[in-house]
Ligand binder design. Structure first.
Ligand SMILES: *Cc1c(COP(=O)(O)O)cnc(C)c1O
Length: 373
């Protein structure tokens, strides 16, 4: 049986490095609740991400949920967002008892179409929640202009954008808050984990309360908070992985550039446009299967699967079309988002992906249209 190749494979430090780093926990017995390693990781991430404040969380989803909650929006208020994302983005809005208002995306890079945001603003709109999908940077300046003009908050789902820099600044410098995911499958992982990065120092205390039951002292609870703290074992994993993040991104870059060079030659395969002035993190390699390819996205997906290559349809279906929302958003005009969702296929890309495998994937994709003809 051929080895299965999945869309991603977690980066891990050497076993010895991790074991050495967790040893002190057997002495201190301080396993969670903002321990030493938690503090160290927050400090190092502030520097790496280039943002004054970072609040670590148990996972990216809770980071986003609490980032929205801390804004104190009234129930039923509207947040303009994208449906071309992982379900977590939409869930975070709905679980805060707010209404997602879906905006179409741009065909060239899958991010929210900033030109269509203003027409969706109503009296109930309180925020814009765009996603830097695949690490493709949203039109952050124009989004900020719209937000400023209408008095809206901007919260980014930057789950895919760890380490991405735009115009020389960390991506979390834009907007009121940005959420990062440190899930095992992401460019940087803490096994499970996430963070909110922001500049307003007032948010630090709010997020602390929300992630730790609102406990302000041994006998005082001032807020109805959740439990979303990152534990020390995860923080250590983060510290170790952060030691190697440059290598990990460089390793991904080689594979990414190989795919980009080779697949741009294949008729009917379209690649997303890369932002200018951007340092990428090479987190994902999505391709778009256009009509000119001669086979459909689903046919290609199955063909790769037969060869034990588990490419994924990230992101299909749109979150707006998911079963949990019934037909609520069936009539929303999402032409480009629906088109992309029907064409996109995300190829295996991770640190240490064998180049022969990447070559094999390229060959399979190039030769598949000629098969059975
Ligand atoms: C991974 C991801 C999340 C959720 O992060 P978790 O750490 O898995 O909770 C949210 N949004 C997007 C776009 C993601 O890819």
């Amino acid at each position: 049986m051929r080895e299965k190749i999945f869309v991603t494979r977690p980066s891990m430090p050497a076993f010895e490095e991790y074991i050495e780093a967790i040893k002190p926990l057997w002495d201190t017995r301080w396993l969670t609740n903002m321990g030493v390693c938690h503090g160290q990781l927050e400090a190092r991430l502030k520097e790496y991400l280039g943002t004054p404040e970072v609040s670590l969380m148990v996972n990216g989803h809770m980071a986003l949920e609490l980032a929205i909650q801390m804004m104190g929006f009234p129930a039923g208020a509207e947040i303009i967002t994208t449906p071309f994302t992982f379900i977590s983005t939409t869930h975070a809005i709905v679980r805060n008892l707010l209404s997602p208002v879906f905006c179409d995306v741009k065909p060239e890079n899958g991010t929210i179409d900033e030109k269509k945001i203003e027409e969706l603003i109503t009296k109930k709109t309180v925020a814009i929640l765009p996603v830097h999908i695949y690490g493709n940077v949203c039109q952050v300046e124009e989004i900020q202009r719209i937000a400023d003009e209408h008095g809206l908050k901007v919260i980014y789902d930057a789950a895919h954008a760890f380490g991405v820099r735009y115009k020389g600044k960390g991506i979390a410098s834009y907007g009121d808050a940005s959420m990062f995911s440190f899930h095992a499958t992401k460019v940087f992982n803490t096994i499970e984990g996430g963070a909110v990065a922001f500049s307003n120092p007032e948010y630090a205390q709010k997020l602390y309360n929300l992630k730790n039951f609102g406990i302000r002292g041994e006998e005082i609870v001032t807020e109805v908070g959740a439990n979303a703290k990152m534990n020390e074992f995860c923080a250590v994993m983060g510290l170790c992985n952060l030691n190697h993040i440059e290598e990990a991104i460089k390793n991904r870059k080689e594979r990414y550039e190989f795919y980009r060079r080779e697949l741009s030659k294949v008729k009917g395969i379209r690649l997303f446009k890369e932002n200018e002035d951007t340092e990428r993190n090479y987190g994902y390699f999505p391709i778009l299967v256009e009509d000119g390819y001669g086979k459909t996205r689903d046919e290609l997906y199955c063909q790769l699967r037969e060869r034990n290559i588990y490419a994924r349809k990230y992101f299909y279906p749109l979150t707006a079309d998911q079963a949990c929302f019934g037909k609520s958003y069936a009539d929303v005009e999402l032409m480009h988002a629906r088109d992309l969702a029907g064409r996109v296929l995300t190829l295996p890309l991770y640190e240490g992906l064998y180049m022969e495998k990447a070559e094999e994937i390229v060959t399979l994709i190039s030769e598949f249209p000629q098969k059975d003809k």
